[in-house]
Design a protein around this ligand. Sequence first.
Ligand SMILES: [Zn+2]
Length: 279
Amino acid sequence: MIPLKLDILEKSEHKLVLVVEGISVEMINAIRRIMLTEVPVMAIDEVIILKNDSPLYDEIISHRLGLIPLKTDLDVYKLPKECECGGFGCPLCQVSLTCEVTNTTNASLDIYSGDLKSNDPKIVPVDPFIPIVKIDKNDKVIIEAYAILGIAKDHAKWQAVSNVAFKYYPEIKFDTNALKDSDENNLVVKMCPEKLFELASNGSLKLKDDYEKNCTLCKSCEKNSGEKISVNSKEDVYIFSIESDGVLDYDALIKKVFEVYNEKIDEFVTELEELDIES
Ligand SMILES: [Zn+2]
């Protein structure tokens, strides 16, 4: 077993790619599944439409509102079922967002997510330019919406990440001296679907920087070089990539994943202790 090690391969506002070493495939898959379906985030769950002059039905507008990603603060808010109010709705488990727009211009007007006014300045749409509906001149829309925490196991609108996936860490090995045939080298370069190979000035084959990030372990180079190139996956090393729409910071997201993970283990141990195994 290799020791646990983490490294950042890529980090931007919407994407985090890590190299994870020293854990089993079952464990990294459990982390992936919790991240995808069990980390709570905010989403609109109840909508009261007081006026709707737009061409869209109330139900369609409600559905569109539910899918707007909202910035989430897990330190303040609780899941309704865990809240002291019993899920009835209180400032600890619910945020209200209102939208009142009248089109006083002489043309049609777009209503965007930024037109939703939240009663908590920290719980606002991630992007203020998500279109909700378009209204004609003199038309009016008045909406009252309530956002609560939820998990993606119940509805995809509560998904904390846009995507999360892992793959084995690829290891491509070859001896440049054994690869002298220029036709064969050109074939390897041409046939790699991710274009990870290039030819050096002397015609020899070389790998591009960061090839690990894009290699899909398809082994096309192995076949096209007559097995002179070997492609293998490193045992217990993975490339773990998270795509986020920005509802949660990566720190808060990862911390919550392990909180849920530990809760599950605690629950398992408690259940196990209640069983009388020894008798
Ligand atoms: Zn409450």
